[in-house]
Design a protein around this ligand. Structure first.
Ligand SMILES: Cc1cc2nc3c(=O)[nH]c(=O)nc-3n(C[C@H](O)[C@H](O)[C@H](O)COP(=O)(O)OP(=O)(O)OC[C@H]3O[C@@H](n4cnc5c(N)ncnc54)[C@H](O)[C@@H]3O)c2cc1C
Length: 472
């Protein structure tokens, strides 16, 4: 006899566990099948949380190294980093948060079934590893099986010297040198972590600029700051081969000017993107439409098979560029669960998804870049204000970066906000709300920004759009 639930969720990442909680809140009887030993998926176990914990450690080291400047006396001992303590603290944070989800499951009477699931059709789910059992969904199944690192031709990941973020996050030593393929969020965050820990870091990016999805001005500022920090960046560089031997990796790359570059590093971190996880699900057999490995869904996260929905990193909405972000998967999980529980839902606006990159200096952005706004035919105007002018930035000793607002002339509407510098990943929340409320530049100007804060740069950038920043 199958165990029956209203909703069965496969995968307990930020997409799946949030969908499960929302469904249970709305009165559904919910089970979640998760094959890992802990709940939380990529974000909690090897992604957002452990990487940002490592970045906080690296930041602490940076401040201690500047002790003299801050007037802090720390004796004559050399300043270093104890990786054992770093990992112990990081693991405590991760462990506490995964236990927090277990608590929420208990509170909401959600059953966690430990095992690997496959779809059997007609609402059926077969748990074929772990707690083997057959389940049946009375209303719906949500597939939230997420993504995994992937490589590129010519580079075989051995998980020892040629590694992915899954291994980098657990590295017990500070490498003398590390090469990083790819300068998306994962690549530049690890570049900041290892550089601050003391490694020689080289970034090899295929496209012409760092963080290629960001506004071009942000990419240029990051490149400038990375150069100052001693991170070597090759853009327009194609890695042709990488071979692990002994205690390092031999890498060959073709640089932007066509010359071949050979280098050796202790590690090569492959950060060239992530691919969907559908293996073992039997997605084909039940008839799910798959596009380039991703499960095709509509704006309500329904797949092409009635009774099966999908959310998070594993989906495509048809157009390229579905953001693989924790908060996107959670927002999709909420919409899917509410629809399944019978509530009216509205599609998400993917133009209003904030993106945060926690490198040094950090990046926050939402909405259209200047180039994208131009391509969509808007009559664009921009305003930029540098953080370096602000008292708060000077006090923190973090004066790099700026806020840039992209707006359209006719209606004064804000189309995008892009920032790089201290606290940008927090400041972007104001910009996200402004876009959500379809605010004008004038409304942002009239919003009182507290002093002294980094947020003053948002108000000043709005003034700058109208050609009149106060402190410039
Ligand atoms: C290094 C790194 C840093 C990141 N930092 C950020 C960040 O700062 N902010 C941000 O927004 N995003 C970040 N991300 C991205 C974020 O982690 C993902 O977008 C998010 O985790 C996707 O959630 P998901 O629920 O779709 O999938 P996942 O989190 O991948 O969860 C899928 C779950 O499904 C389980 N599963 C798969 N198949 C089966 C099966 N057949 N049966 C049972 N269980 C199964 C897996 O074990 C996994 O637990 C980062 C990613 C990485 C790699």
């Amino acid at each position: 006899m199958a165990n029956e639930y209203d909703l069965i969720v496969i995968g307990a990442g930020t997409g799946g566990y949030v969908a499960a909680i929302r469904g249970a809140q709305l009165g559904l009887k919910v089970a979640v099948v998760e094959k890992q030993k802990a709940l939380g998926g990529t974000c909690l176990l090897v992604g957002c949380i452990p990487t940002k914990a490592l970045l906080e450690h690296a930041h602490a080291l940076k401040i201690v190294r500047q002790a003299k400047e801050w007037g802090v006396t720390i004796g004559d001992g050399a300043v270093g980093i104890d990786m054992g303590q770093v990992h112990a603290r990081k693991d405590r944070i991760v462990g506490g948060l995964t236990k927090g989800i277990e608590y929420l499951f208990k509170k909401n009477k959600i059953d966690w079934i430990r095992g690997t699931a496959r779809l059997t059709g007609g609402g059926g789910v077969d748990v074929f590893e772990g707690d083997r059992q057959t389940l049946r969904a009375r209303k719906e199944i949500i597939v939230a099986t997420g993504s995994a690192p992937r490589s590129v031709p010519g580079v075989e990941i051995d998980r020892t010297r040629i590694i992915t973020s899954d291994e980098a996050v657990h590295l017990r030593e500070v490498p003398k040198s590390i090469a990083i393929m790819g300068s998306g969020a994962v690549g530049v965050e690890f570049a900041s972590i290892f550089r601050r820990f003391g490694s020689d870091v080289t970034i090899l990016e295929l496209l012409p600029r760092l963080v290629p999805v960001e506004d071009e001005a942000v990419s240029a500022e990051l490149a400038k700051s990375f150069r100052k920090q001693g991170i070597t960046c090759h853009t327009g560089a194609r890695v042709t081969t990488a071979k692990a031997s002994g205690d390092g990796v031999d890498i060959e790359a073709q640089l932007a000017d066509g010359t071949a570059q050979r280098m050796r590093a202790d590690y090569l971190l492959v950060a060239t993107g992530r691919g969907p996880v559908t293996s073992g699900l039997d997605a084909d057999r039940v008839g799910l439409q798959i596009e380039q490995g991703y499960i095709k869904v509509d704006a309500q996260y329904r797949t092409t098979v009635p009774g099966i929905s999908a959310v998070g990193d594993v989906i495509t909405l048809g157009a390229p560029g579905h953001p693989q972000l924790a908060h996107v998967s959670s927002a999709e999980g909420v919409v899917a669960a509410e629809r399944i529980a019978g509530q009216a839902t509205r599609p998400l606006n993917y133009d209003h998804v904030p993106g945060c990159t926690y490198c040094d200096p950090e990046i926050g952005s939402v909405g259209l870049t200047e180039r994208e706004a131009g391509e969509r035919g808007y009559d664009v105007c921009v305003g930029t204000f540098p953080f370096g002018v602000l008292g708060r930035a000077k006090m923190a000793g973090e004066t790099d970066g700026f806020v840039k607002i992209v707006a359209e002339k006719k209606n004064d509407e804000i189309l995008g906000v892009h920032m790089i510098g201290l606290r940008s990943t927090e400041l972007v929340a104001e910009a996200t709300l402004a876009l959500r409320l379809e605010s004008t530049v004038e409304e942002l100007i009239r919003t009182i920004h507290a002093h002294p804060t980094m947020a003053e740069a948002v108000g000043e950038a709005a003034h700058a759009v109208h050609g009149a920043a106060i402190h410039m």
